[in-house]
Design a protein around this ligand. Sequence first.
Ligand code: SF4
Ligand code: SF4
Length: 163
Amino acid sequence: MSTQTRSPSFRKALTGRSVGIRPPWSSEATIKSDCTSCSRCIDSCPEAILKPGPANTPVVDFSAGACTFCKACAEACPEPVFSSTDACPWTLAAQISDGCMLSIGIGCQLCTDVCDQSALRLDLRVRPVGRIAINQDACTGCGACLPLCPTDAITLGDYAHEG
Ligand code: SF4
Ligand code: SF4
């Protein structure tokens, strides 16, 4: 995983959510109503991708790594902030903009190579160098692809996953 750091403006651009992405199985509403800023979720994350956000409440920093959905954050929280981990962790999926290198004719497959879900695929039917096709239903929103994109063309956005 890249250790490349990203600016605050990049993080805001991830979803357009002004405070950033909340941990899986949590929501802005439950963070606001029940989070005591105790940091147990942040301290428990083995990937170290949870950071203190507004009022020291947790936000995800994908520049530090990807979410493995290990559930450690949800299990560490003593308050009713996290919903059942049997459910879908969040409504996030990758989106790609025209800033992709392929859009200007430069070959690149960094994101397809890292995606364990095969949610990103190089569609070679699009000339001259192909285009990244995203299967948003297969995408878990893990964020592994985000820091690898040299042009910040991939973002995570809300998506209603099937099933
Ligand atoms: S599910 Fe695991 S990897 Fe993902 S944010 Fe929670 S503790 Fe970190
Ligand atoms: S967010 Fe994760 S699952 Fe989705 S396309 Fe990127 S690497 Fe694949």
